[in-house]
Design a protein around this ligand. Structure first.
Ligand SMILES: NC(=O)c1ccc[n+]([C@@H]2O[C@H](COP(=O)([O-])OP(=O)(O)OC[C@H]3O[C@@H](n4cnc5c(N)ncnc54)[C@H](OP(=O)(O)O)[C@@H]3O)[C@@H](O)[C@H]2O)c1
Length: 385
């Protein structure tokens, strides 16, 4: 059976890996919609190759350019976040790959669920901001949220067939990022140094989050909402080789791990073909070729951002949404060299303390909280800069 898919964030690292999977299985997938933000040439190339019914780009002058380039092909070009939500809400697709980076991906991901589409979820920030609402909507619409994030994808695989009460804890593995063994001055770290991830090739925001270990913190929150375990049942271990993508410890002290190559095509294919498994042409991981596995505890004094996620989960209200908003602002400011690497934690911790008590129940209220938290964090960035 052909699965119809939409890709939100098609020009990014996850979006391009998704299209590699689609290219490998031309008879299994049909692309209905591609959505991107700024990279219009790349989006055009993708549109010409995959011929979706719809392409989305944020700015109107990029949309006009795209229309001219696409010419007579039957591909409709849309522009502006409201139009994206409107179109996604009425599309009939089997799976939507949610791969827009940051909270900007939340509304379109929820619009896709409202239309009855399953989600292949890469956009962890959406789950961090609105985990409870996303779960409610998934239940209401009877759609599945299959994680693409390699750690959660691994846990999803390790939990198949298990009862909730049989699980002792979930263990998310972390490569430790580029500064695992760094003993120098963390405040002098540059964006160029922080962007060099040792094992994964990813977008800029998640690469910085990996360097601060905020990424692992966001993943703890994501795991809490995806799998329904309490924060004290979700641990992080450093595993520099990134071969074990994550694991589950059961109440009888057995561990079940998922291992594989460090290439996102694998979790993406799993999410797209779920509940089936299929052969693929991608290089596999050869366990006989020096698979040396190390596991260490996280040094939270060196990487304090990961602790903030546990703090946020233990606070009442919508602390994870505040933490996510502050972190997006802080990471952007660090990438633009307006604040230091160590200021990312400072901005995140202060925002959490100041804003976390604010209540938000609906999606609109959460988005208002997200905006207020961004304003608070931006003011702090200005003071630090
Ligand atoms: N990369 C990985 O290996 C990986 C692994 C696990 C989870 N994730 C998660 O997956 C998500 C995507 O990560 P990534 O590494 O693929 O990021 P990325 O390379 O920066 O790509 C982000 C994508 O989102 C699009 N985008 C950004 N803002 C948008 C907006 N307002 N409207 C529409 N499209 C928008 C970008 O478009 P343009 O490029 O056209 O600007 C691009 O296609 C993140 O939430 C990340 O945490 C990534």
């Amino acid at each position: 059976m052909v699965k119809v898919i939409s890709i939100l964030g098609s020009t990014g690292s996850i979006g391009q890996s998704t299209l590699k999977v689609v290219r490998a299985f031309p008879d299994r997938f049909k692309v209905k919609l591609l959505a991107a933000n700024r990279q219009r040439e790349k989006l055009l190339q993708q549109a010409m190759e995959f011929e979706p019914d719809w392409v989305y780009i944020t700015r109107d002058f990029d949309a006009i350019w795209l229309k001219n380039q696409i010419g007579s092909k039957k591909i409709r070009v849309i522009q502006g976040p409201d139009q994206l939500d409107r179109v996604v809400r009425r599309l009939r697709v089997d799976v939507t790959v949610a791969a827009i980076v940051g909270a900007a991906g939340l509304r379109p991901a929820m619009a896709a669920m409202e239309a009855g589409s399953n989600l292949a979820l890469a956009n962890k920030e959406a789950m961090v901001v609105a985990g409870r609402l996303m779960n409610q909507l998934a239940q209401e619409k009877d759609v599945a949220i299959i994680p693409v994030d390699s750690e959660h994808n691994a846990i999803h695989q390790c939990l198949r067939g298990a009862d909730h009460h049989e699980v002792k804890r979930l263990i998310l593995t972390a490569s430790g990022g580029p500064f695992r063994e760094f003993e120098g001055d963390f405040s002098a770290i540059t964006p160029q140094q922080a962007l060099k991830h040792p094992t994964w090739d990813m977008g800029r925001k998640i690469s910085i989050d990996s360097a601060t270990l905020m990424n692992k913190g966001l993943e703890v929150i994501e795991a809490h909402y995806l799998f329904g375990f309490s924060p004290n049942q979700i641990d992080i271990v450093i595993h520099p080789q990134s071969i074990v993508h994550s694991m589950v410890e059961y109440i009888d002290n057995s561990y079940i791990c998922q291992l594989g190559a460090t290439d996102m095509v694998h979790p993406i294919q799993y999410a797209l073909t779920y509940p089936e498994r299929t052969r693929n042409p991608f290089p596999s991981f050869d366990i006989t070729k020096g698979a040396h596995l190390d596991f260490y505890k996280v040094d939270r004094s060196k990487f304090p951002c990961s602790q903030l996620a546990y703090d946020a989960l233990l606070m009442a209200g919508n602390a994870p949404a505040v933490l996510n908003a502050a972190n997006e602002i802080a990471v952007e400011a660090f990438l633009e060299e307006r604040i230091k690497f160590t200021d990312i934690h400072r901005v995140n911790a202060a925002s959490l303390e100041k804003m976390a008590h604010r209540k938000a129940q609906t999606l609109d209220e959460l988005i208002a909280l997200d905006e207020a938290s961004r304003r608070y964090a931006s003011n702090m960035v200005q003071k630090l800069g």
